[in-house]
Design a protein around this ligand. Sequence first.
Ligand code: BGC
Length: 291
Amino acid sequence: MTGKTLLSSLLHYKCRQKFYSTTKIKRFVVPDELVPWEVEFPGYDPAYYTATDGKPWADKNIGDVGFQPKWNAQDGDINRQSLTKTYRITQDGYPLNPIGRTGIKGRGLLGRWGPNHAADPIVTRWKRENNGDKEIKMDPTTQKPVLQFIGIQRRDTREWAIPGGMVEGNEVISSTLKREFMEEALNLLEKQDKNPEEVKGFKKEVDKLFEKGEKIFQGYVDDPRNTDNSWMETRVFNFHDNDGSLLDKITLEAGDDAADVRWMDIDNKLNLYASHSKFLQLVAQKHDAHW
Ligand code: BGC
């Protein structure tokens, strides 16, 4: 296996499982070495699936009257540019997944043909010993300090994940990161009417914490909803509360899209949604923490 083939096959792990995401639709089996489009695969005949009960803002079908997307460009409010590379368009007008085959055609469960942009906030603090003097917990094996992050359990796949979400229209990334964190991990949208004073206080803490973020990753995500013509990309930022003083003042509560929320230890045994474990490994490396 060449370096390039290995990279593609690793990137397409979660989006080459037997069934397409949460559906019963079978993906066409794509062996590792046949993931890249450059390698010919004469018998490749994947099923076509585009959800019809999806989001009201979803793209129309390719070829529909009045649907004239501008590929690889800013298309009005919609960013159809990839963070990965210029993607190709097939002869019949479908954008092609920049990493390669996924075993399914169509828009699948995603809202946009081509890239679908998300943003992911990794909020971290040091794990403390339980002795009240705020001593940082060291891992007995690696002898390195243990980091914790705020994780949510997704409602769709029930997997644990970073509380990220879709960039809405031409929203700036910093707003998406804050909005998603406050909605999913603090449930501030729901709380707004019931407890506006508490919400105000939490927002102040989040504003302070989100002032200094560090970019950890940007690009393609191995998301189970990816198809040959539609895929997820994200920008991941780390917001680290070094002395824990800001995060001590907020209470976690799962929002609408989340079934649960909690502080999770960052460790190489984490098995999270899409490529999220990889992002946490990068965060651990950045802080020279236990992994
Ligand atoms: C999630 C993000 C994730 C992205 C790509 C979005 O639905 O909210 O956390 O990174 O999908 O997998």
